[in-house]
Design a protein around this ligand. Structure first.
Ligand SMILES: Nc1nc2c(ncn2[C@@H]2O[C@H](COP(=O)(O)OP(=O)(O)OP(=O)(O)O)[C@@H](O)[C@H]2O)c(=O)[nH]1
Length: 210
């Protein structure tokens, strides 16, 4: 914390109030920058730069309140990379990291500025869609995301195709908590993953391509 302390100055420099004020102002400006950086680090995933679990809960709770107040539809998507462990095992952890970074970039490009994509941890991402309009719009967003994430990735020298499992939860019930909504999206994702896994088992050629 030594950077927050006024630097030692010759006594005559600090005797001038204008000079002392100037030094204090500079130190406060530095402190403000450091606090902003600390806040960013507390709220974001260092690998992908996406909001982390802490900020996800914050944004989701706010979005749920706004959706209820303005009678808007809100959906949460739970997104999990299929067989991600195999990417690490076959191509190395650094390639796995690159894949997660590219998934995060693609997710961000697919979404509107009012939507939020977060990294929950590992290969799990959450998307908050706070302003759904029209009839049953969530499946359209899911299809768009799934298509974008299914395009091949370039990891160093390797081109790699992956699939993702996505679970959707719609926020209908005002009593529902953020945790319950995420849990519902997670259960739906898990069910979809199991179905996709059963399909892959029946068609071994459809598994991870590299
Ligand atoms: N490269 C990399 N790997 C990570 C990171 N965080 C977690 N992992 C790895 O991600 C993998 C997650 O594996 P799982 O989700 O359990 O398994 P999976 O292979 O995706 O299996 P399914 O989800 O059932 O398809 C584990 O091997 C973790 O070690 C990370 O930041 N970078």
């Amino acid at each position: 914390m030594s950077c927050f302390v006024l630097p030692k100055r010759k006594a005559h420099q600090l005797r001038s109030p204008a000079r002392a004020n100037h030094l204090l102002y500079k130190q406060l400006a530095k402190l403000t920058v450091l606090l902003r950086k600390a806040q960013y680090l507390a709220d974001h995933d260092p690998l992908t730069g996406l909001p982390n679990r802490r900020l996800l809960y914050d944004r989701l709770q706010q979005a749920m309140v706004m959706a209820a107040r303005e009678q808007r539809q809100l959906a949460v998507l739970m997104i999990d990379v299929d067989q991600f462990k195999a990417v690490n095992d076959r191509h190395g952890h650094a390639a796995g990291d690159q894949l997660l970074q590219q998934v995060a970039q693609r997710l961000t490009h697919c979404l509107r500025s009012s939507d939020t994509a977060c990294r929950l941890g590992g290969d799990e991402f959450v998307v908050i869609l706070p302003e759904l309009k029209g009839e049953d719009p969530a499946p359209r967003v899911v299809a768009k995301i799934q298509h974008a994430l299914a395009q091949p990735y370039l990891l160093g020298q390797h081109a790699l195709a992956i699939s993702t499992s996505i679970g959707v939860a719609l926020h209908h019930d005002r009593q529902q908590t953020a945790d319950e909504l995420l849990q519902q999206a997670d259960s739906n994702m898990y069910r979809n993953k199991q179905a996709a896994s059963a399909t892959r088992a029946a068609q071994p050629q459809a598994s991870l391509q590299s």
